[in-house]
Design a protein. Structure first.
Length: 408
């Protein structure tokens, strides 16, 4: 039997449910009647106990347990209707953004890059209909408003404490940065190129996703969503449809298995199948598979990230263009100092195969992040790039970047 709950405690709980600002009793007479009935039963039990101070009436423990169960059931019902939560408890506002300064000197001066860019500003709005049903959205303004896009807009329902389903425009769970890419969460002014060219972060799509959390730190995702729409360039990044009147002749599917059961460790592998990444408009492009795997490990002040991603496309057109395999990887060790306010890192990445030779290169990068506040970051880095193909040597560069970002 449950214990430690008194009739007065039950009465107090029922009184809270009946408060005008926190209940639905004014709009639901049946619910109000049930609350009043339970209040009367608890009040009667309280009076009986007070009248017999030395001993409780016969059957008191059983009556207490039954009443407690009824109060708990009623509380869950009220909360499921969102009645016990105020406006500001159910409304969620968020935002992140970043400003970049790039100063890169290329071997061919025509490819120098000296610019300042308000790269992105994102405004997020969410609403909890109930404790289990919510709406999530993000609007993105890129390059000081030159592009305005809906990055996320979906409804999510928690089936149980261990599984949920969502539908709408969301971020397929592929790679490290696509699900989590706020500037305060990664090193470097610019996002790494593997998760831009091979895994085209930020990559959103309209569809549905199911997640199951099980065991000690395992999570499994399974989703169906709009596919890519490649053109003759066969580039993955430019094939994102971004849910803008997206052609849906051939859908795509993504699944991911992630493990976070060991402190500081995250391991994940994702698989995506594109039944026709050209949506029937590129002759000689049949289907495509994306495989990605990553590891994140943090131990005290030290951190390590590593990722590998690979596309395998089939069809005579991609094979003739030597674009049937597109792959890359990176590794990034880091260390933090001064109470985790400063972090220094080194990253090396290599894109071995891509749709065009200018996207095939090795790049090193080193720098630091400074967090004056957990929600604000100042960044500086130095990087150099060397292309694998001799015809793109003029694009080789060395230079530095500065940036500031925030997220809340």
């Amino acid at each position: 039997m449950k214990n430690a709950t008194t009739p007065r405690a039950l009465l107090a709980g029922l009184s809270l449910l009946a408060l005008p600002g926190t209940s639905v009793h004014a709009a639901d007479p049946a619910l109000e009647a049930r609350i009043r009935q339970l209040e009367a039963q608890v009040q009667a039990l309280t009076q009986a106990l007070e009248a017999q101070q030395t001993s409780a009436p016969e059957g008191t423990p059983q009556r207490m347990e039954a009443l407690e169960e009824q109060v708990e059931a009623l509380t869950e019902e009220v909360e499921s209707r969102g009645a016990s939560r105020g406006l500001w408890d159910r409304l969620h506002l968020s935002s992140y953004g970043e400003l970049h300064y790039n100063n890169l000197d290329a071997d061919d001066g025509a490819f120098d890059k000296k610019e300042i860019d308000l790269h992105r500003l994102i405004l997020g709005l969410g609403w909890d209909f109930t404790d289990r049903l919510r709406f999530v959205s993000e609007i993105e303004f890129e390059h000081a408003g030159e592009e305005v896009e809906v990055e996320q807009a979906y409804i999510q329902y928690d089936i149980t404490d261990h599984q949920d389903v969502l539908g709408g425009v969301y971020l397929p769970p592929v790679g490290i940065l696509n699900p989590t890419h706020e500037p305060t969460t990664f090193y470097g002014v610019e996002r790494n190129d593997v998760e831009s060219i091979i895994i085209p972060t930020t990559w959103w799509a309209a569809g549905a996703n199911y997640q199951l959390r099980f065991g000690e730190g395992f999570a499994w995702d399974l989703g169906v969503h709009e596919g890519l729409k490649m053109d003759e360039s066969l580039r993955v990044r430019s094939a994102r449809q971004k849910s803008i009147e997206a052609v849906a002749k051939n859908l795509a599917g993504t699944t991911r298995l992630r493990y976070t059961g060991f402190p500081g460790l995250e391991l994940a592998a994702s698989f995506q199948y594109q039944s026709d990444p050209g949506q029937g408009e590129v002759d000689g492009l049949d289907d495509g598979w994306l495989v990605s795997a990553h590891a994140i490990y943090e131990y005290k002040r030290f951190g390590l990230r590593a990722l590998y991603g690979r596309w395998d496309f089939s069809g005579r057109a991609v094979e003739a263009a030597d674009a049937d395999v597109q792959q890359g990887w990176y590794v990034e060790p880091s260390v933090k100092f001064w109470g985790d306010k400063i972090g220094v890192y080194f990253r090396y990445e290599d894109i071995m195969d891509a749709a065009r030779s200018r996207d095939e290169f090795g790049q090193w990068e080193t720098g630091l992040n400074y967090w004056p506040h957990p929600s604000v970051v100042v960044k500086a880095d130095v990087r150099g790039r060397n292309h694998h193909n001799g015809q793109d040597e003029g694009r080789d560069f060395i230079g530095f970047d500065l940036g500031v970002g925030y997220a809340f």
